[in-house]
Design a protein around this ligand. Structure first.
Ligand code: FAD
Length: 406
């Protein structure tokens, strides 16, 4: 049976994250974006809202909610700005779920718990200067040295890098084995040889921090190896199944923001003696935004439903991410069209929406990468193998912690 009704708990998430985001972030976001300013208290505000551990069980310091609640929080945050949702994507989706799925009990206790509670900000370091879509092109290397690994290399385009406490990074432990020679490690800020930096003047997501990680002979205890040696590629791809889910869910917030801004403007702006919302060519753009919102939302809800059941969702999540982000970009482009010249200025948020949308189209798999994934499925070239560790299915909490009310 398929149920399209949100549970009371999910409705609570929508209502409260919406109100909190409107109160805590909306008043300053346009100015932060214009100045390219990341407000350093952003993560702690998200922690106070209760979303930094939203889908993790209470025993790991989480709120014990389901993956659809995670998606709903992402939608509400991205309604205000993509930079806010990106924090949840890297902290909960990519690194947190990665540790939850693949980490040992000790790692969950030591790393996931403080992440869920919002005391530590976790990020995800896969991309390198010469390796984005082609993950196996990475150069980072981890040499085994007794009870340690010694990591060298550089990661680039890492969301939150300059403010993170924990870094889930990937490096070769055996280059000859290619994909099967990559391993995953948790790095902690303060480890000698580990440094970070910020990238300035990005096209979009300007209220967010994106930067790089430099590893120069970083000694990492073997207890910080996630999964087995050589499982890093599989781990990275399963992390992407979760990160992409949050991006897909966030994209519906962006589409809705474009639609709301466009409806408001189209009702106010008059040309040739009539509000522009009365012109069918303008209505067509609004109708497309509304249709794409529903289509994108149904796609990520399906992926969330699969996650709740602990089922493999690589194909469904990839599709939701691809179509959701492309629809968000199209919605933002049309929103500028509806705003005319005013849309081409910082006076209205729609220019920010377009710049942000392009970022999410690129990260966590470009359009081309997702088309290739989908084609591989339909051609039968891609067969999902059973993973050694699945993302645990949702288990309702005994006493679910609610999202903080504003
Ligand atoms: C704002 C932002 C935040 C990011 N945050 C993170 C993060 O937190 N962590 C992280 O690890 N990374 C992050 N990234 C990096 C992002 O994941 C990569 O940029 C993305 O995977 C693409 O890699 P690339 O930029 O190296 O492009 P490339 O892989 O060099 O691709 C360039 C172009 O070639 C196309 N292409 C490549 N291979 C093929 C092919 N086989 N067939 C057809 N076309 C192909 C691509 O689709 C693209 O159009 C972020 C990026 C941005 C912009």
């Amino acid at each position: 049976m398929i149920d399209f009704e949100l549970t009371d708990e999910q409705k609570w998430v929508v209502e409260n994250v919406r109100k909190m985001a409107a109160k805590e972030f909306a008043p300053t976001i346009q100015e932060d974006d214009i100045k390219g300013h990341y407000a350093p208290d952003t993560f702690s505000k998200l922690a106070k809202m209760g979303v930094t551990g939203i889908c993790f069980p209470e025993k790991y310091g989480g709120a014990g909610m389901d993956y659809i609640s995670l998606g709903l929080a992402c939608e509400e945050l991205e309604y205000v700005d993509t930079s806010l949702r990106t924090i949840l994507s890297v902290h909960v989706g990519l690194s947190g779920c990665g540790i939850y799925q693949w980490g040992t009990e000790e790692q969950k206790e030591k790393f996931l718990k403080p992440m869920a509670g919002g005391e530590k900000f976790g990020v995800f370091g896969l991309t390198e200067p010469d390796a984005g879509s082609d993950v196996a092109g990475m150069k980072s290397y981890a040499r085994k040295d007794g009870n340690h690994y010694v990591l060298n290399g550089q990661k680039i385009w890492i969301s939150g890098a300059d403010y993170a406490d924990l870094f889930l990074v990937f490096a070769y432990t055996n280059k000859e084995k290619k994909h099967e020679g990559i391993s995953a490690f948790i790095l902690e800020r303060g480890m000698p040889g580990l440094s970070t930096f910020t990238l300035h003047n990005k096209v979009g997501i300007r209220a967010g921090n994106v930067g790089g990680i430099v590893m120069q002979d970083v000694k990492v205890p073997k207890e910080n190896l996630v999964g087995e040696e050589g499982e890093g590629f599989k781990i990275a791809m399963s992390c992407l199944d979760n990160g992409r889910f949050t991006v897909a869910a966030g994209s519906t917030g962006l589409i809705r923001a474009c639609l709301d801004a466009s409806i408001k403007y189209a009702k106010e702006r008059k040309t040739f003696g009539k509000p522009i919302c009365d012109y069918q060519l303008v209505q067509e753009m609004l109708a497309k935004m509304a249709a794409n919102y529903d289509a994108a939302k149904l796609l990520w809800l399906r992926a969330g439903w699969l996650k709740n059941k602990g089922m493999r969702n690589t194909r469904e999540t990839s599709l939701a991410k691809w179509l959701g982000t492309v629809s968000a970009f199209e919605a933002a482009n049309d929103a500028i069209e509806i705003h005319g010249a005013y849309g081409y200025s910082d006076e209205y948020p729609v220019g920010r929406f377009l710049r942000n949308a392009k970022g999410e189209v690129i990260y966590e798999g470009t359009i081309e990468v997702h088309k290739l994934i989908q084609a591989e499925y339909v051609l039968g070239y891609r067969k999902d193998k059973e993973l050694r560790r699945r993302l645990p299915a949702y288990e309702p909490a005994q006493s679910p912690q609610k999202i903080a009310a504003p």
